[in-house]
Design a protein around this ligand. Sequence first.
Ligand SMILES: [Zn+2]
Length: 1032
Amino acid sequence: MADYSMYHALGQGEVLDPNDPRRTTQPAPPQFQPPVAPNPYQQQGHPQPGAYHGPPPGQPYPGPSPPMPSPGFNQFQAQAAFPSGPVSPADDGGLIAQMGGMSLGADAGHGTARRKKKDRHAYHNVDAPAGSSQAFNGIPPAGTPATSYLNATPQLGPGQFAGGIPPQAGLFPAPTSPGFNPTPASPAEFAARSGQFEPVPSPTVVPASGQAKVSPDDMPSVPLSRDSVQPYFFTSMYPTFERLVPPPATVSFAALDQGNSSPKFARLTMTTIPATGEALKTTAVPLGLLLQPLASLQAGELPIPVLDFGDVGPPRCHRCRAYINPFMMFRSGGNKFVCNLCNYANDTPVEYFCATSPQGVRVDRDQRPELTRGTVEFVVPKEFWNKEPLGMRYLFVIDVTQESFNKGFLESFCEGILGALYGVEEGEERDENGEPKRRIPAGAKVGFVTFDKEVHFYNVSPALEQAQMMIMPDIEDPFVPLSEGLFVDPYESKAVITSLLTRLPQMFSSIKNPEPALLSTLNSAIAALEKTGGKIFCSLSALPTWGPGRLFMRDDGKHPGGEPDKKLFSTEHPAWRKMAEKMVSIGVGVDFFMAAPSGGYLDIATVGYVAATTGGETFYYPNFIAPRDNTKLSLEIKHAVTRETGYQALMKVRCSNGLQISAYHGNFIQHTFGADLEIGVLDADKALGVTFTYDAKLDPKLDAHFQAALLYTTASGQRRVRCLNIIAGVDDNAKNCIKFIDQDAVLSIMAKEASTKLATTSSTLKDIRLGLTEKTIDVLAAYRKHFLSQAHPPGQLVMPERLKEFSMYMLGMVKCRAFKGGNESSDRRVHEMRLIRSMGALELSLYLYPRMIPIHNLQPEDGFPDEATGHLRVPPSIRTSFSRVEPGGVYIVDNGQQTLLWFHAQTSPNLIQDLFGEDKTTLQSLDAYTSTLPVLPTHLNAQVRNILEFLKTMRGSKGLTIQLARQGIDGAEFEFARMLVEDRNNEAQSYVDWLVHLHKAVQLELAGQRKREDAGDGGALSQFTGLRPSYW
Ligand SMILES: [Zn+2]
């Protein structure tokens, strides 16, 4: 059901039209300001469009012929099987033999080189979507021939968005087109939302056999799926109750919380779920929930309300302990409230009583955020404390060993901390005294420890002239050698701290111990934080080979068949495991900044285990070069220190009767199945997955409910519960549910489950890849078997509308460093495997399929705010394939972890000058360690810096700096080749071949002849103690 109009009729809802001037509960969102880079450039008229298209002086352009592979590419062709030029359909005999019957795909103009000006503008039009129900859910406009979907050009623009563009959704921030009709949805449109009167969304069809030539453009395009939706959400909010399928995770959108948590905090794999486990099984899609409880909001979104119910705490259900939320129903004139999760009728506490209207609505409802908002925070009383909540302790633990000093990592790390605490950026907000705003909240304190084979604590009391060092001599039995002055307010002690961090590299320049005693250091840090809890930021530049818990070189780099010994994926070291558990029990977590200056082994499996278990993060610099990586390190320290962080956390997920939790996937400790998740620290970037099974049939007349409650202490020292409330419709017919699939949630759950499986079972990498492949086939075959309303020729591969790009993302997963075939160091594999377990949907999406933006053919308006909307005009991305690369082209390629600036060998000298300065005219003249663009008064320079500023706002935890990848010059070209995930690389197929492979397997499945290549479902997961196998 989940029908908003019905919900309203029950008296528990209110139609929240964000544009309704009479609305009482939601103020109009503030205007979003696009990020714009510092800019000396005054935009005065446009340069000649196409200034970079013409042949550069004295250097004839190669013309329209395919780019010749440079020697640089040949170097790694053998390893990466990287196509050396554009793959024309005719070249791809294997595909053509099997594909056909389809006209050129929709995004030919999008995915390929954009030569026609007209095409380029298509994505910037912020014209309203068609204001009728026909625009959403892929319903063809009236009069569309029934066959049009087989050969038609899918619509571009907002109508393309399968998630449904609500015609009634609010304009945000202001109408941009007189054509937009912001009237509320009609009852029929609301009803359509529940899936009752709506045909199945049109599937996407890729012909996978036949004779005629076909362009790879026919394959569903990830860049198109992202770009086509963005313009709509630049001008409209996402109302969380009216619209139940969220925009793609890579889209910037402002959510309007209508009682259902924003997709930024919670994404269900499907927002209308089948009534039974059997029906769910026919979809082959898991029922799961991706939770990112402290996700950051963006401008235009309302802050999370913080509510204090005093000593009694927030009202809760007496039976299941669920917190009060917008979906609890008040009865008996307000004397009872019925729990939406367990259906128990509770007595309303006297102090919370309020009369209800004749319609059954509490008369104070609109004044109560806990009854109107899906995400709220409750300040909780003492019974929720296990120790006095305090402002968080930030303990910086700094590696001062020889390698750290020699490679400039020590200096960079100290500078990074200073920048994080005191740095002032241009245009940054200031407080009333004109001082920069505090980066860490009042009440929070900082402390400093350094280590090599000894551990040194520092008294940084503001009363001192200079910091005092105290050596902790006994690394066998660590303790804290000072009682006062270790933790201070960073602003009161600014002078002492600044002086200390500035002098540290000099202080250790002559000592140079090679071996760090990390375990002892962290144990003494635990001693310092035992009473308070807190967060550790620890640098490390060498394998910790000294003292108790010393580690040794476990990975000799020999991995026969690309399969490392499973022991390399985890740690059996009891002292390290014990330490990690101890940290969680006292409310401590660690972020590591690990640099391998010579690419050496750091045993991330063991050291990073501490970060992963405590809810922290590992920032890994596999080949740290100070001049190049300084800026990235600084950005990441600043981000880690300043992002919203809570500590001493416990998490509990509740769901409606009939459902039960089958597994959690993420970084935490769970002592017994069913117990709360224990998390040392949790920050804005961390997400975890929960999967569910059925233990009874759900009533399709009722909705299904989920509530995630995170009990934590804020960095400012308040004990709170953050509550996320999520609602889903229930339908007897699974066919109606597949219209409500959220592709990003499905991918996240599958990726996290694969990562858990690799870390905790005997499954090999090959097993994981086969498992992912088989799951992709399961989903496509299940759709074809159970849900197609019209017959399709066997030669067509049919993809569910909501999972159009699913196959491509799954190929990206098979190719990612964590799971790919071929040789990779265990450090990198383990690092990325854990990353996947903690990533949110946005970071994962980019990780599986990078953004690639050409910058050699920008339109003059690109990279500047659109006059109509105030948003930056971001040029469209292209498919990540070498076949899309143009001669002379320059591309930003960003996978959320690193950002490459790739230059074709024939790049115009004019372009290089405009980007880097008058004196730079050749690729060879550029500094290989360039990490940022200079600020120049040229149009192109301003455009590209603005685009990079925008990309900074659309990623996870990693700092955005550029790394040069010049064709035939830089080693980073290999990374570029890796990121072109549509090509054959990373020991796996091209997108085209992958689809052909999937299609064949689907055919076999339909014919009853498929032989599964994996071990089947559930087998590996059922080996967990206390874990039921998930059904898929
Ligand atoms: Zn209950």
